[in-house]
Design a protein around this ligand. Sequence first.
Ligand code: G3H
Ligand code: 13P
Ligand code: ZN
Length: 307
Amino acid sequence: MLVSGAEILKNAHRDGYAVGAFNINNMEMLKAIFESANEMNSPIIVEASEGAIKYAGADMLYAMTKTLSERYPHIPVALHLDHGTTVESCIRAIRAGFTSVMIDASHDSFEENMAKTKAVVDIAHTVNVGVEAELGRLMGIEDNIVVDERDAVLVNVAEAEEFVKKAGVDYLAPAIGTSHGAFKFKGEPKLDFQRLQDVKRVTDVPLVLHGASSIPEEARQAFESTGGDLKGSKGVPFEFLTEAIKGGINKVNTDTDLRIAFMAEVRRVVNEKPSEFDPRKFFNPAMDSVKALIKKRMEVLGSAGRV
Ligand code: G3H
Ligand code: 13P
Ligand code: ZN
């Protein structure tokens, strides 16, 4: 059933687990997410970036999600706008039927971020749509980074408290050292778990981990065994996800892992069957591989068996 993101995350916050927020651009990724949720009895958040909306259209992404939510009525699902850059972009997503939106004004000043977030909250809450905002910059942190530099990029705990109180946001993404894509850490993976716990303590709302892909060894190997290049790639290890969830993370954003798992299979079929031209022969194994990855993730996040 299509429900508000706030409803899904309120339960996760109360019971101490996280829900996977999986990015989509097409029907195949969406189908893989829903089938995984059905097999694992897990709630899900389906998210689309502005780039995904440009690629597929908000109307089509909504229609496909709605259709699958009716095919699997027992699965709670939210359709979320990922990294909405303007108030208008959030309004367009709400009008298209999205049940959760992120206003990402984290690159603006604190005051500007607050004003834009508040504007979105005022509108979204009239139609039962959940709102996410972000504080700090998504950026890997180094072992030897000095405290002042860390303070400049990561979430500020006092600001987080004030922001949640005044903006009335439903869930917050605090920057604690992750970044988007396949190359998250130069040295050993490192996140600021203490800061995360402090933010949770003062805000007491569901928290979101962006840039949470793990680049599991099997997925990297599958991609590289087809001639792909992911040299130097590094993701967030599963143990870090577990620790982050203990620290208060309830929404775990994942895009890169799905892309790698999907494309490794497409590449394999391209290499192994040069005369194949039926797209389904590429996309069926690609969907299976994405499903295996998502199902494993649902176990790690603790969302499996929650419905
Ligand atoms: O946060 C970024 C997501 O991975 C979406 O990426 O803008 O390439 O669709 P995209
Ligand atoms: P990854 O690049 O780690 O998958 O992060 C995705 C994300 O944060 C989407 O908002
Ligand atoms: Zn993100």
